[in-house]
Design a protein around this ligand. Structure first.
Ligand code: S3P
Length: 444
């Protein structure tokens, strides 16, 4: 367990890349493993979560090779070709690996056991078990529908039409991946648009997935099963959820100027950036273009404006679902009250993020109220006192958010355990320090 301490930062400056998008990296390995032929992936995020996906795909028959030039090459087994793994699949901290892979194996006639760390073991899996059972898979789950779970995949998969009860890209993707090996049409209805990387990447691999906006504003996603995937090259963009940390650090530190190059700016991922702009932040997207089916840009951030509190648009929640911890840090430094509502899903992330943020911010001297699914933060227009030791509860985004707060607060902030940062942003500390931060291990 490494504890870290973050002290006041110099103005942040530099032009840098951010490691690859986690969601897209998982999907690239999964789809590469289902393609006959060679899939070349560049810019893959080499973090613990993504490596768990790579190991699982290898255990089910795919060849996945990491080359010294940073390229990953997959030689897949074809749609429907996954083999039964000899051992339990270790998912570590990764909800995305677990839920998407459960979808994938549920329509193969194989038995697969999934387990994870203490954080992942608490997370709800019934949300994917329900639709996958409709497709004829069977599940032996632990109490409360949690891991460890054994999936008994079916050899007679049924395609389904399913309306998502929660806005979840993981559930949508699990059903699409299950539908790949099912005869007939899979239809998913989503009331609120969630990240569409699975749909985009399936299209890049030559599978027709069609999304239509319905008259009532909902979205219908349609895909015919048993289409073959065509090999392709995937260039993974920088992760906007990771880029959020240097972005907020630069906004809060006067005199900062950063260029974060080649970051994914998919419309369904940029809620944080739109919200920060509404709060008065100086953020621009430059050189927008399409890469491997995804919109990317250079993000330019300047620390030259005062942030003001706002009511965050609840319609934006799915497009910034992972960014509320770092938004709460920005809100704590803004002038006035910021209200965030519709946050029930934050209770079931890597930790109960509403509670962890509320407790941590209070310990740093921030005035706030937490509701069942809301957070109201009263900012004073300057950073809070800080000076606390924050518990991270195995949650990478809680850990990184408070290290960013420590770079602007009056007194340093420490975190009890930095291990979780490896799951999504392994070079976070090195990169932030290169840009001007002052984050160091505590020698106990
Ligand atoms: C993800 C979807 C989101 C997000 C997670 C990654 C994905 O989860 O929080 O970090 O890659 O599909 P939900 O589907 O539970 O909202």
């Amino acid at each position: 367990m490494t504890s870290l301490i973050s002290k006041k930062s110099s103005p942040l400056s530099g032009i840098t890349k951010i490691s690859g998008d986690k969601s897209i990296s998982h999907r690239a390995l999964m789809l590469g493993a289902l393609t006959v032929g060679e899939t070349i992936i560049s810019g893959l995020l080499e973090s613990e979560d993504v490596l768990n996906t790579a190991n699982a795909m290898r255990a089910m028959g795919a060849q996945i090779k990491h080359h010294s030039d940073g390229l990953w090459r997959c030689y897949g087994v074809g749609v429907g070709g996954l083999v039964q793994p000899e051992n339990v699949l270790e998912m570590g901290n990764s909800g995305t690996s677990t839920r998407l892979l459960m979808g994938l194996v549920s329509t193969h006639p194989i038995i697969t056991k999934f387990q994870g760390d203490a954080s992942l073991t608490k997370r709800p899996m019934n949300r994917i078990i329900e639709p996958l059972e409709m497709m004829c898979a069977n599940f032996d789950a632990s109490e409360g529908g949690c891991l460890p779970i054994t999936v008994h995949g079916t050899d007679h998969p049924l395609s389904i039409k399913y309306e998502l009860p929660v806005a979840s890209a993981q559930v949508k993707s699990a059903i699409l991946l299950a539908g790949l090996n099912s005869k007939g049409r899979t239809t998913i209805i989503e009331r609120k648009p969630t990240r569409d990387h699975t749909e985009n990447m399936l299209n890049a691999f030559g599978v027709e997935v069609i999304t239509t906006k319905l008259d009532n504003g909902h979205y219908a996603i349609n895909m015919l099963g048993q289409q073959e995937l065509q090999p392709c090259a995937i260039d993974v963009p920088g992760d906007p959820s990771s880029a959020a940390f240097p972005t907020v650090a630069a906004i809060l530190t006067k005199g900062s100027k950063l260029q974060l190059s080649d970051i994914g700016i998919n419309d369904r991922r940029i809620g944080l950036y739109l919200t920060l702009k509404e709060m008065g932040a100086d953020i621009t997207f430059e050189y927008e273009h399409i890469q491997s089916g995804e919109k990317i840009a250079n993000i330019i951030v300047k620390g030259n404006s005062e942030l003001k509190g706002i009511n965050v648009d609840p319609a934006l929640v799915p497009s910034m679902i992972d960014e509320f911890p770092i938004l709460a840090i920005a809100a704590a430094c803004a002038k006035g009250t910021t209200t965030m509502t519709g946050l029930a899903e934050l209770r079931v992330k890597e930790s109960d993020r509403l509670l962890m943020m509320a407790n941590g911010l209070k310990a740093c001297g921030v005035n706030l109220e937490m509701g069942k699914d809301s957070l109201t933060i009263h900012g004073t227009g300057k950073p809070p006192k800080g000076g606390a030791e924050i518990k991270t509860a195995m949650d990478h985004r809680i850990a990184m958010s408070f290290l960013i707060l420590g770079s602007v607060s009056d007194e340093p902030i420490s975190i009890d355990d930095a291990t979780s940062i490896q799951t999504s942003f392994p070079n976070f500390v090195k990169l932030m320090n290169e840009l001007g931060c002052n984050i160091n291990p505590i020698n106990n």
